[in-house]
Design a protein around this ligand. Structure first.
Ligand code: FAD
Length: 588
């Protein structure tokens, strides 16, 4: 991989598939038989879009489960009783599909195999055991993904659950009620695992999260995950990080014991396994469709598989990342829905293309919102990409003078050459997802940090600022690229020969500062320039980087060599807590 940053949106051009289109549906109708395997996010979207484009098509949706179009994303909140009525999770019924869209939905019908030569599928009616065949002109696979279940001792003990379907959530709720659950262990600190942590806590259950990585929420960089971890701990969640699961035992008291590699034995009455999902590729694989090296069904930008009559969408497919160009499996509802729509367009002869994924995601935990889009720094490093820069900022979610302002802690990654936005992560109490969504959209359009600087966003005191956090991020990054500012590398703090100058007021400095820093408050800087070295680099620091930037501009124009410690002392605290030890410079 070159050290530069790859181009975006080069989906599947090289896969060598035969491009093939059904005839245009509108105005040139030909009755098609469209069969859809899986009737939830991707499948239901695709089926109903086909109907909107091809009124004469015959559309049948098969799902082996008892429901179609249910809200998987709502399941943790049903377990937590935030959603009290199970029926609210059902977004549409088979009857509604028939009445509204003339789509036949067959629940409790499992598709067993695909005969590609005869364009037929074999289906089993689960309630009767009857097996039958159905012919298709177009087949859509949206079978989702399966929760990973570790092959470890005791993994099949009662009280251990996964969460994927309404029946799963119903079982967990019943177990909680019937077994007076007081302690739960969640294995896996990803989005779903942590949503479950919050929801079980809500029900008064004491929660421990076991995670093999050294951080929760893998899409975040470690220094961004650290405050989230602290927040979880503050809200009563116990974290076992860097501690892989080793197995389960039945305890003598009748509950469970969760064992970890470190030797911990965690008692619990309930265990939720949330260690990720595996694309459901059985049908695709057995019928010889191309499977990518990340384990998902390989598709082109029209969501077509290696068979021109079969499309695949959702958690089961591999897609290309718009930032890194890497193929990957990104199990999120947004991409599944959009892919379903693209597949329907393609079936009906339209030239829609899926743009690729960027992993835009959000999670709410005990009042904290965490959101992310694009690549994180870990990924850029793993790919050997060095041509990037990063900034940290901590703007208020709306103007500070309007009551209730709270900070958004952001990290923005962008290419050194041209400022293309590569990724953003943020957390805070309010307004976080709005900023990440704006940046996500900018990224999809290949925008640069200069575009963020220029973005015209809505503003009134209770909603934002005339310089919105998104503008601020763009301005800080643009300043770096224009050479008006330069960012010092936090990781070099311990080894630098630079002089760290803290430009906050004396009281702020004495309340805490970077070891080795000297204090020279911004208002005194002009009159005390003679105290600063001209033959040595200066790193300026303040609370969030703003006063330090003013100092940097002043000093640079006076001939000093200066860099800003991005994000200031607030970022310093994040990094220090992450390392578990004070970092600083001895170079005073
Ligand atoms: C608890 C939970 C919370 C989530 N929260 C979020 C969130 O907040 N935000 C977000 O973006 N994403 C979230 N997701 C992920 C999101 O739900 C999925 O990405 C999305 O549902 C994928 O859609 P899909 O159509 O690919 O698969 P699914 O929605 O899983 O649907 C697949 C369907 O296919 C059926 N099926 C499989 N094989 C066969 C077969 N052989 N024959 C017949 N039927 C078959 C299955 O029964 C299933 O009903 C969450 C997922 C879970 C489980």
């Amino acid at each position: 991989m070159p050290t530069g940053v790859p181009m975006a949106n080069k989906q599947a051009k090289s896969s060598g598939f035969q491009w093939y289109c059904f005839r245009k549906a509108e105005g040139n109708q030909m009755v098609k038989r469209v069969l859809v395997v899986g009737g939830v996010a991707g499948g239901a979207t695709c089926a109903s879009r086909v109907r909107r484009l091809a009124e004469d098509a015959e559309i049948v949706v098969f799902d082996r489960g008892p429901y179609v179009s249910f809200a998987n994303c709502g399941l943790p909140y049903y377990v937590g009783n935030v959603i009290e009525d199970e029926k609210k999770l059902l977004l549409a019924s088979a009857e509604l599909f028939k009445a509204r869209f003339n789509i036949e939905v067959r629940t409790d019908n499992e598709v067993l195999s695909i005969d590609r030569e005869r364009r037929e599928i074999e289906v089993k009616r689960l309630q009767t055991g009857e097996v039958y065949r159905e012919r298709y002109d177009a087949l859509v696979l949206s079978p989702g993904a399966t929760p990973i279940q570790p092959a470890l001792p005791g993994a099949d003990l009662p009280g251990i659950f996964v969460l994927r379907t309404i029946p799963d959530s119903r079982q967990i709720r019943s177990w909680i009620d019937d077994h007076k659950v007081e302690r739960a262990v969640i294995v896996g600190g990803g989005l779903v695992g942590l949503e479950m942590a919050e929801n079980l806590s809500r029900r008064g259950i004491s929660v421990t999260v076991v995670e093999m990585l050294d951080q929760v929420l893998a899409p975040l960089d470690p220094e961004m995950a650290e405050p989230v971890q602290e927040h979880l701990i503050k809200n009563g969640v116990t974290l076992h990080l860097s501690d892989p699961l080793a197995g389960f035992e039945q305890s003598s008291a009748g509950g469970l014991v969760v064992k970890t590699k470190s030797g911990a034995r965690l008692p619990a009455e309930l265990v939720i396994l949330s260690i990720g999902v595996r694309p459901e590729i059985k049908l695709a694989k057995e019928s010889g469709l191309e499977i990518g090296n990340r384990g998902g069904i390989r598709v082109n930008e029209q969501m077509r598989t290696s068979d021109p009559n079969i499309w695949a969408v959702g958690d089961a497919v591999e897609t290309q990342n718009i930032v890194t160009g890497e193929w990957g499996v990104v199990p999120l509802a947004g991409p599944a829905n959009r892919q379903g729509r693209v597949a329907a367009d393609s079936i009906c002869g339209r030239d829609s293309k899926f743009r690729g994924v960027q992993g835009t995601a959000v999670c709410g935990l005990f009042g904290l919102t965490i959101a992310t889009t694009g690549a994180n720094e870990k990924t850029l490093r793993r790919l050997g990409i060095t041509g990037y820069q990063k900034i940290y900022l901590h703007p208020a979610h709306h103007v500070a003078y309007y009551p209730g302002a709270s900070p958004i802690h952001m990290k923005l990654l962008f290419s050194s050459d041209g400022g293309r936005i590569l990724g953003a992560q943020a957390f805070g109490e309010q307004g976080v997802e709005k900023r990440i969504d704006v940046i996500a959209m900018a990224m999809q359009n290949g925008a640069s940090v200069f575009d963020l600087e220029e973005a015209e966003l809505c503003y009134a005191p209770q909603f934002g600022a005339a310089k919105d956090p998104v503008n601020m991020a763009g301005m800080i990054a643009s300043n770096v690229l224009r050479g008006d500012s330069a960012m010092a590398d936090w990781e070099s703090l311990s080894s630098t020969k630079a002089l760290v100058v803290d430009v906050r007021e004396a009281e702020e400095f004495s309340a805490g500062h970077i070891p080795g820093a000297i204090n020279l408050p911004l208002p005194q800087l002009r009159s005390r320039l003679n105290e600063l070295p001209r033959d040595r680099e200066i790193w300026v620091n303040c609370v969030v980087g703003q006063r330090a930037y003013y100092a940097l501009r002043l000093l640079r124009q006076r001939g000093f060599t200066v860099k800003n410690l991005s994000g200031g002392f607030t970022t310093y605290k994040q990094i220090e807590r992450r390392l578990g030890t004070a970092i600083g410079t001895s170079a005073t």
